[in-house]
Design a protein around this ligand. Sequence first.
Ligand SMILES: [Fe+2]
Length: 290
Amino acid sequence: MAQTDIIAPQGTAADWTIAQDWASYTTQDHAMWDRLFARQTQMLPGRAVPEFLEGLDILRMTKPGIPDFAELSDRLMQRTGWQVIAVPGLVPDKVFFDHLANRRFVAGRFIRQPDQMDYLQEPDVFHDVFGHVPLLANPVFADYMQAYGQGGLRADALGSIEQLARLYWYTVEFGLIRQDDGLKLYGAGIVSSHGESEFALDDPSPNRLGFDLQRLMRTRYRIDDYQQSYFVIDSFEQLLRMTAETDFAPLYAQLEGLPDIETDTILPTDRVFHRGTQDHATRKKEEDAL
Ligand SMILES: [Fe+2]
């Protein structure tokens, strides 16, 4: 994940990487990973896209304990030329994009505490590695992530990072995909969350809308709760093609004149897979008002 205007903590290299220091994880750290891993791998078969589950096998992530990034990178490198490197937390946008453009995925090394099983403000190693890394073993998705990083470097130069960040949010983090046997999860923010793995697919609350690049880049998103709208792609090939072939500069110029779209809005032009009741968001708003 990226964030603007932050300063590198001490001991961080110029590219913001740090040692994972795998040997320093405690028994409790590994046990926390195993608990989260067991809970998600029970939940995900039939829900997550098969490519995600295959990635867990290919990378041998079924081995107990927090993965050693060096081992993981060896397997990933053979498969798609990607590596996993440790960072202290959020990194500046430009650093983040530069790593992606060079097929390096940055991951937090710390793991959440037992009281954070269900909610975490900053992404930990479980979100970053369990959520993101399996799909990097898929050649098409791996290329998409690199294309995104390259697009990010261009967006940074054009001052349009916010629009591009929405693309990441609604695909890499919270994306759904349509397959022959129905909608499936692939976004890392969903597959690493027990509650959202169910909500995103089965709850009547959120909208599930067809992916449309321009529309999506105008859509705000929620960082404090489950999404009110999810966007459904047809395939990873579609996502890659769209990102690699679109000339983003004129698109950003066009977007500048258009208003943002709220998180729950359905447009007449949307391809609607499911029209959400928004009961969850309404309930949450009422609770917050008390
Ligand atoms: Fe993430």
